[in-house]
Design a protein around this ligand. Structure first.
Ligand SMILES: [Zn+2]
Ligand SMILES: [Zn+2]
Length: 268
């Protein structure tokens, strides 16, 4: 990717919506695969009462829309202002009691795990069935659309996140006497541009340098915290559609959630 193309992909603009100020990508096609569209607001005439506590709206009890779900509530039921980075809001926005905790968890992802994913870690990387792994640094691109892999010299590869079809986490066996399973690697299957069928890629935390191994396992753990995919991804008319086999809500995010659940149940 030339730096000019990279800069174009990262260009952003400020837009004002009824819900607040948003900093969105200049080109819709360059949006984050973790991004969410703003919901349509339930029209005022369809909600004479709070959709949570049933209080009737009047001159004193004003209605407010939750910025995440678009439903209509009184101030008590929709008074929390929480960051909503997936919709690109610049400031915390009003959310209902159902949406606020979800956004808080995601804010934790954006504040902590995302930084790890962007800074990257060193892995032993195997492509397809090749036997000898390459040492490469893997990181998420700044617009979150690509996993970028850099090895020695000019060895550069990229995997588009939206084209990842499945992810399997590789873990170390549970230590005797209980404890947490540790992610030691990740196998992902994706459709590479111009390639038939699925391509496979395996990242493994190296055994040698202790510092880089710790960074690699932290990077893998951060991948577990990736927010679940939106129900439908907005079509990008500017782009050539991916092959039918890849035209899906990225399953990999769902798979990650499943892996995370597995982890959580093991942790207990
Ligand atoms: Zn209410
Ligand atoms: Zn809500």
């Amino acid at each position: 990717m030339s730096s000019e193309v990279a800069a174009r992909r990262d260009a952003k603009k400020l837009v004002r919506s009824p819900s607040g100020l948003r900093m969105v990508p200049e080109h819709r096609a360059d949006g984050s695969p973790f991004g969410l569209e703003e919901p349509p607001w339930v029209p005022d005439k369809e909600c004479p009462r709070c959709m949570q506590c049933d209080t009737k709206f009047d001159f004193l009890t004003r209605k407010h829309h939750c910025r995440r779900c678009g439903k209509c509530f009184c101030d008590k039921c929709c008074g929390q202002k929480v960051a909503l980075r997936r919709m690109c809001f610049v400031d915390p926005v009003r959310q209902c009691a159902g949406c606020a905790p979800v956004s808080r968890r995601e804010a934790d992802f954006y504040d902590r795990q995302l930084k790890l994913l962007l800074s990257g870690a060193t892995f032993l990387v195997t492509f397809g069935n090749s036997e000898k792994p390459d040492t490469m640094v893997c990181r998420l691109s700044s617009n979150q659309r690509f996993l970028l892999l850099d090895g020695d010299a000019d060895d550069h590869r990229e995997v588009e996140v939206a084209r990842i079809a499945a992810v399997q986490m590789l873990t170390e066996g549970l230590p005797p006497g209980g404890g947490n399973a540790r992610a030691t690697g990740m196998t992902l299957q994706y459709t590479a541009p111009g390639a038939e069928g699925l391509t496979q890629l395996t990242l493994t935390a190296g055994e040698d340098a202790d510092g880089s191994r710790r960074q690699a396992t932290a990077w893998l753990a951060a991948m577990h915290k990736v927010p679940p995919a939106p129900r439908s991804l907005a079509p990008c008319p500017a782009e050539v559609p991916p092959p039918a086999s890849a035209r899906h809500t990225p399953l990999f995010l769902v798979t990650l959630q499943a892996a995370k659940l597995l982890y959580e149940s093991r942790d207990q």
